[in-house]
Write a protein that binds this ligand. Structure first.
Ligand SMILES: Cc1cc2nc3c(=O)[nH]c(=O)nc-3n(C[C@H](O)[C@H](O)[C@H](O)COP(=O)(O)OP(=O)(O)OC[C@H]3O[C@@H](n4cnc5c(N)ncnc54)[C@H](O)[C@@H]3O)c2cc1C
Length: 314
């Protein structure tokens, strides 16, 4: 198969820069080729994994015993009120197109190193905004039937850091995005402020996958009875509640885990919900810190942290 590579390092394909090798790897930018590859993998009985830009995944050191398919569909096409964009386009590229044209809704996405497909899969967002807000519809390829499917926004079943695509066996191929005009100057200013904030927080200093855990819905905690309008008291501390959620980092920090290191991995000292690879970390070391956070937070607060990142530990 043209373009197919063997024993490809997953370190080079993920922003965590950790993990073993994929038995097989291929980049796909054409639908016809995607279907051909899926047929080939099925015939060989190979498990496969769909990769965007690898900014929200952690592969184990054992790697992936199968085929990793990286979606590189970067085509874009303008219609009267929308932009049809390929799932492989990077969020900063897409955000810049929106900003250049003065379209509202992607100012937050400039500093997020993922693809549109990955963002739809996990309903990525920041600063109170989410990708779902600009989605008109999404086209996928069904892995079983190899047929194309189309979902409107409701059909995508978006939730906080999730979508119906997490359950479906489908590959996000392209999306139709709403292009509503706004004030170009204001949108640019907002985007610059957002990126400055992220740089200021040290988010790009070391390899990572952004936030490891989902923030905690306050009504799912033992502290919901102490919830006032925008804050809650937890063990005598006043903690901010944003969109009904408390930062997972707060609980990790309260367990004294900020800055905790194992090998080349560290629970970052600037944001407890981010684990960084500061010195050639093994996936195993990152996984150890993930488990440590879950264990300590549960023991102290009876709160079960849930991963926002996708862990592939086959
Ligand atoms: C420095 C940094 C900052 C970040 N900041 C944020 C932030 O502010 N907000 C936020 O939400 N996230 C953030 N992230 C996490 C990440 O960038 C986003 O979740 C991003 O949307 C993931 O996209 P990706 O293409 O890298 O997906 P990947 O990591 O490649 O994949 C993630 C999941 O999506 C699936 N997937 C990917 N593409 C497709 C497709 N075409 N079809 C079907 N399934 C697919 C994969 O199978 C996998 O399960 C950050 C990450 C980093 C490293």
């Amino acid at each position: 198969m043209l373009g197919l590579r063997k024993n490809v390092s997953l370190k080079d394909l993920t922003t965590f820069k950790a993990g073993g090798k994929a038995d097989y790897f291929i980049e796909i930018s054409q639908k016809r080729k995607l279907i051909q590859v899926l047929r080939w993998a099925k015939k060989k009985n190979l498990p496969f994994f769909i990769l965007g830009n690898g900014s929200n995944v952690l592969f184990s050191d054992k790697g992936f015993k199968g085929l990793v398919i990286k979606i590189k569909n970067k085509k874009i096409r303008k219609t009267k009120k929308t932009l049809i964009a390929g799932a492989g386009i990077l969020l900063p590229e897409l955000s810049n197109i929106f900003l250049k044209n003065g379209w509202v809704g992607l100012e937050w996405a400039n500093g997020i190193p993922g693809t549109l497909g990955g963002a739809i899969y996990g309903n990525a967002g920041a600063f109170g905004e989410e990708i779902k807000n600009i989605i008109k519809n999404v086209k996928t390829i069904d892995i079983n039937s190899l047929k194309e499917k189309k979902y409107n926004r409701e059909g995508c079943q978006f939730v906080y850091r999730g979508s119906g695509f997490k359950e479906k066996k489908e590959i996000i191929w392209e999306a139709e995005l709403i292009t509503k005009k706004g004030n170009k100057k204001e949108l640019k200013k907002k985007a610059e402020e957002f990126i400055k904030y992220k740089i200021g927080k040290g988010l790009f200093k070391y390899p990572s996958a952004g936030s490891v855990f989902k923030n905690i819905k306050i009504d799912e905690t033992p502290f919901s009875k102490f919830f006032k309008k925008n804050f809650v008291f937890i063990n005598g501390k006043k903690v901010e509640v944003k969109a009904g959620k408390v930062s997972a980092g707060f609980f990790i920090e309260q367990c004294g885990l900020k800055g905790k290191k194992i090998g080349g991995a560290m629970i970052s000292d600037f944001h407890a919900n981010i684990i960084v690879n500061f010195d050639k970390a093994k996936a195993e070391e990152i996984l150890f810190l993930i488990d440590l956070c879950k264990e300590k937070v549960y023991k102290k607060f009876k709160i079960q942290l849930k991963e926002e990142i996708i862990v592939i530990n086959t």
